[in-house]
Write a protein that binds this ligand. Sequence first.
Ligand code: ADP
Length: 397
Amino acid sequence: MNVLVINCGSSSLKYQLINSDTEAVLAKGLCERIGIEGSAITHQPAGGDKVMEEKPMPDHSAAVKFVIEKLTDKEVGVISSLSEIDAVGHRVVHGGEKFAESVIIDEEVIKAIEECNDLAPLHNPANIIGIRSCQNNMPGVPNVAVFDTAFHQTMPAKAYMYGLPLEYYNKYKVRRYGFHGTSHDFVSKRAAEIIGKNRDDLKIIVCHLGNGASISAVDHGKSIDTSMGLTPLEGVIMGTRSGDIDPAIIDFIAKKENMSLEEVNSMLNKKSGILGLSGVSSDFRDVTAAEDAGNEAAKIALETYSYRVAKYIGAYTAAMNGVDIIAFTAGVGENTQRVRAQVGEYLAYLGTYIDADKNMARGEEVIISTPDSKVKVMIVPTNEELAIARQTVALVK
Ligand code: ADP
C-alpha cells in the first residue's frame, strides 16, 4: 500500500510517499513560503537528486496540486498515476479534547477539527485546506487525521489543569494539551523495544528536542504529563521559543517597550529561546560552534537549555515515582552530544550515568548510559511520517 503523508504547517507543506509494506520512502519533499512571495517546492525521489522549483502557491491547496504533479512527473515522479496512492495520512496539530486517537476523515471530523481552530489558529485551518484539497484531487482515496495532541489525552486532570479560574476551562477549554504526541508515542514504544521490554511495564521520559521541544512522562504506555501546554510555547527552552516564563513578564515588557500583546507573543515564539539568549542562532550547530569560539552568551544559552531539560526530567521522575528509560530524540536530542552530556550531569541522584564515548553517537538508536546505570538513557531517532503512515494503514485496512 502507498500512503501519502501530508504535514501542513502555517506556511509550509512537508510530504512523504511511503510504501507501507516495506516502509520505504518513495519520495519526499517540502513546499515553502506558501501564501508568501517566492514560494517553492523541493522534491526528492528515493535514490535521486533533489529538484527545486519556484511556483506561486497562494494557499495549501495549490501546494497539494504541485506535490501531486511532482509525484506523477515523468522524470522526477515515482508513480505513474494517482491511482497508486491508496491513502493519505494528515498530521493535524490540534484535536482539542475531541480526539484521543487517529480517525478516518469525514465531514463530521472536519467540522470537529474546525471547532479546534481557535486553539491553533495558524495550523488547523491549513490542515483543513490540505485535507479538502486531497479529497478533491483524489476522490475515493481515504484520508486519515493523526493529531499532535491525541497521545496526551490520557493526562489526568491534575496534569492538564492550570491554576486559573475554572470558568476559563469551562468556557474556552483552556488547559494543557501537549504536542509532538506522534513522536512521544513512537519513541517511547521503540525505546521499550530496544531493551526487549513492553512499554506497558515501564516508566519512560521522552525528551523531544527539535526546533520545537517538549518532554513527556509516559507511564505504563500512557502520557501522564508533558511540557507543552495550551500552545507549544510552554515548557523547555526551544530554538526560538522562550518556554516557561513568569507570566507577569508579558505585561512588564509590553509596557517598557511599548509593545502590543501580539508583538510580545510573537517575540516569545520567534525571537526568544536559544536564538534570543545566545544572540547567535536558533541552530545548535551554530551555537555550539560559537561556544567553542569563546562566546560567553552561547555558553550560558546552552547551559540554561540543558538545565531546564534536567529540571523537567526531575519533575517527571517525581510524577511517575521513578523512571526506567530517558530517551532523547529529534534534531537536537539526536545530534547534540553537548546537551545530552550536560543533562547527564544532573542525573547522578538517580544512579544514572552517561558514557562519554557512547554519547558521541548521532542520529542512531543507541543506549548511551553506562552498563551499571540504574536508568537506561538512549538516543531514539523519531520518525513522525512513518508513525503517521502506520496509523493510516491501521485505520484504512
Ligand atoms: P523541527 O522538526 O522541530 O523543525 P528538528 O527536529 O528537525 O526540528 O530539529 C532541528 C534542529 O536540530 C536544528 O535547528 C538544529 O538546532 C538541530 N540539529 C539538526 N542537525 C544537527 C546536527 N547535525 N548537530 C547539531 N544539531 C543539529
